[in-house]
Ligand binder design. Structure first.
Ligand code: BG6
Length: 478
């Protein structure tokens, strides 16, 4: 058995990391527009509005707002069958709570989707990828406020009505679980518009925000199916398997619990119910979360059509370790330790292709063969152009090749129902966690350096031709 003929090969990005044009055509500020540049090990600052003299890399991105036609032509040259990006919510509802959408913003995505379709590329769209309107964080306190449910559903409905003939695959919230990191506020800020460190009980608040997002997502699924029953609406979780460091039973138990960081979110969105362990945890902690019976019925009714997930790395826990994680971007868990059997990227992300197959099997077994879509995977690297104006990115070819071989095994040997694969940052973009340009993921090099200077030229890396072959042979030549 080979990969299905219509397997969705493509690439992935998010609006706030590449579009730029942050104040054009009526767009409002998003939460990412008030995050300064950072660096590896240097946290990005979240400022109160845009402050003159500070540097905000997302304001420029890679200027895709103006270059998308040429960039999409390059994706078509690689043979992309789909392209995952997001809609910048604040282009459509600049403050987030307007009654009517901004027509200029809607028109921009009409044109962009048309351009993709003319190039034989189907859009795969995330509604909220770390770029909710800043107005919703400022005026409403972000997703700590139940009122956001209606505002999100209004936005989702506008998008489904406008684009349902152009876009079939959607996701509601990007990496919805990637806010459970109390060591660094950018995760809660970008997901929920909330700085959890400012609350006495940050963990409780995170679960409350997540609950409102679950309900909003479920309502969006229900709305989408009313508008067009062919629409496929997925969740999007950051998938990170957790292994025990030793066969010490305490490590095994701890790994099970740490894996909840992924599975809690996929369980609620795919099954439409809260797992039993979570309900017990809420009770044990005495958390009086605002979860109504009506909410629970909606979760059930609005279960997703597929599991979308990002996969970058696996994790290891050691019940006897106590690492200093204060201020860490990577982990909030003092028990997380490096995996002695695996290498890591320059940013310390473990490279584990087999973990991808493991993840696919876990989801497949847990959700009974539900379709899956790997919507992010990739390696961030320091790269410079050589004298031939290219980058010999063999390490990327090896990373992606290893992961593609494992996803093929999952389909061919394990029978996993996988519909597509879109490597992250198919064109170099601004990094989310560090705000750097120098953390590059692309098949296409973009000449913009940290600080924002550079010509903006696009140049093909060695992996460009390699990925073109992978797609042309439907994954036979990796
Ligand atoms: C995921 C996000 O967390 O990982 C992307 O969905 C992000 O937005 C990607 O860019 C890679 O992270 P980083 O920090 O290397 O850009």
């Amino acid at each position: 058995m080979a990969l299905p003929k219509d397997f969705l090969w493509g690439g992935a990005v998010a609006a706030h990391q590449l579009e730029g044009g942050y104040a054009e055509d009526g767009r409002g500020l998003s939460v990412s527009d008030v995050m300064t540049g950072g660096a590896h090990g240097v946290a990005r600052e979240i400022t109160d509005g845009v402050i003159e003299g500070k540097y905000y890399p997302n304001h420029k991105g890679i200027d895709f707002y103006h270059t998308y036609r040429d960039d999409i032509a390059l994706f078509a040259e690689m043979g992309f069958r789909c392209f995952r990006t997001s809609i910048s919510w604040s282009r459509i509802f600049p403050e987030g709570d307007e009654e009517r959408p901004n027509e200029a913003g809607l028109r921009f995505y009409d044109d962009m989707f048309d351009c993709m379709l003319e190039n034989g590329i189907q859009p795969v769209i995330t509604l909220s990828h770390f770029e909710m309107p800043y107005g919703l964080a400022k005026k409403y306190g972000g997703w700590a406020n139940r009122e956001l449910i209606d505002l999100f559903v209004r936005y989702a409905r506008v998008c489904f009505e406008r684009y349902h003939e152009k876009v079939r695959y959607w996701m509601t919230f990007n990496e919805i679980g990637n806010q459970f990191n109390t060591a660094n506020d950018i995760f809660g800020w970008t997901n929920s518009g909330v700085r959890f460190s400012q609350y006495d009980d940050p963990e409780r608040m995170m679960y409350q925000c997540a609950h409102y997002e679950f309900v909003a997502s479920a309502l969006a699924v229900i709305e989408a199916h009313k508008i067009d029953p062919d629409l496929m609406i997925g969740c999007m979780v950051a998938a990170g398997p957790v292994y025990p460091r030793e066969c010490r039973p305490a490590d095994v138990l701890m790994a099970n619990d740490a894996f909840h960081g992924t599975l809690f979110f996929s369980d609620v969105q795919a099954r439409g119910t809260y797992p039993n362990w979570a309900k017990r945890m809420f009770d044990r902690n005495g958390w009086d979360l605002d979860i109504t019976d009506e909410d629970l019925a909606l979760l059930k009714q609005g279960a997703v059509d597929y599991i979308g997930f990002s996969y970058y790395m696996s994790h290891v826990v050691d019940s006897e370790a106590h690492a200093d994680v204060s201020g860490s971007v990577e982990s909030a868990d003092e028990h997380m330790v490096p995996n002695p059997y695996l290498d890591a990227t320059d940013w310390g992300w473990t490279i584990d292709p087999v973990g991808l197959r493991y993840m696919l099997k876990v989801f497949d077994e847990r959700y009974d063969g539900m379709p899956q879509f790997i919507v992010e995977n990739g390696i961030g690297m320091y790269e410079d152009l050589d004298e031939n104006d290219t980058v010999e990115d063999d390490a990327r070819i090896s990373y992606l090749g290893g992961h593609i071989r494992e996803l093929k095994r999952a389909v061919e040997e394990d029978g996993v129902n996988l519909i597509g694969y879109t490597p992250w940052g198919c064109i170099d973009v601004v990094s989310f966690t560090t705000g750097e340009y120098r953390k590059r993921y692309g098949f296409i090099y973009v000449d913009i350096q940290d600080g924002g200077e550079g010509t903006g030229r696009r140049l093909k890396k060695k992996s460009f031709e390699w990925y073109r072959r992978v797609i042309a042979t439907n994954g036979e030549e990796v």
